[in-house]
Write a protein that binds this ligand. Sequence first.
Ligand code: DGP
Length: 160
Amino acid sequence: VKPENGCTWPPAMSADSVATWEGAERIIQTALDTFGRIDCVVNNAAVLRDTIFHKIIARQIPANIVYEDEHLIAFRDISPQAPVHVLFVPKVTIPTLNDVQPGQAEIVGRLVIAAADYAKTQGFAEDGYRIVMNCNDHGGQTVFQIHLHLLAGAPLGRFG
Ligand code: DGP
């Protein structure tokens, strides 16, 4: 559990401080009523691991969404690094690639297939594209909900 990657409810309380709060059940119910979901429960505190991408999924902030299904969402990167730069994000909360469980292979696979399908429907599959997933500090990850970058639309230069 990485509460630092999200927040607890009520706000400004660490999971530990809520542990002694009577009525933890009520707190968790309030979080559920307010946010529609909780990601996990730590010491009787509801933990919401919200990122900017969760807010896009919940339509709390706008994004240029190009694809969505029950498992994932795809939208244009706010700071494009190529003529086409789309992010594919699962709806299940997974902060980093290190947190992907063996039973979650399908979730990661769906991101790749959705990106390839998008390339085909947009007509640049044959020209080619690059997909990138960053993990933690050295990988340059800045948003702690796993996501796949699809880059295309021009020769991207050699990488790796
Ligand atoms: P990474 O460095 O791999 O964690 O990539 C995060 C990407 O997310 C980065 O390329 C910029 C993009 N991004 C950050 N905030 C927003 C946002 O509010 N909207 C959109 N569309 N993209 C964002």
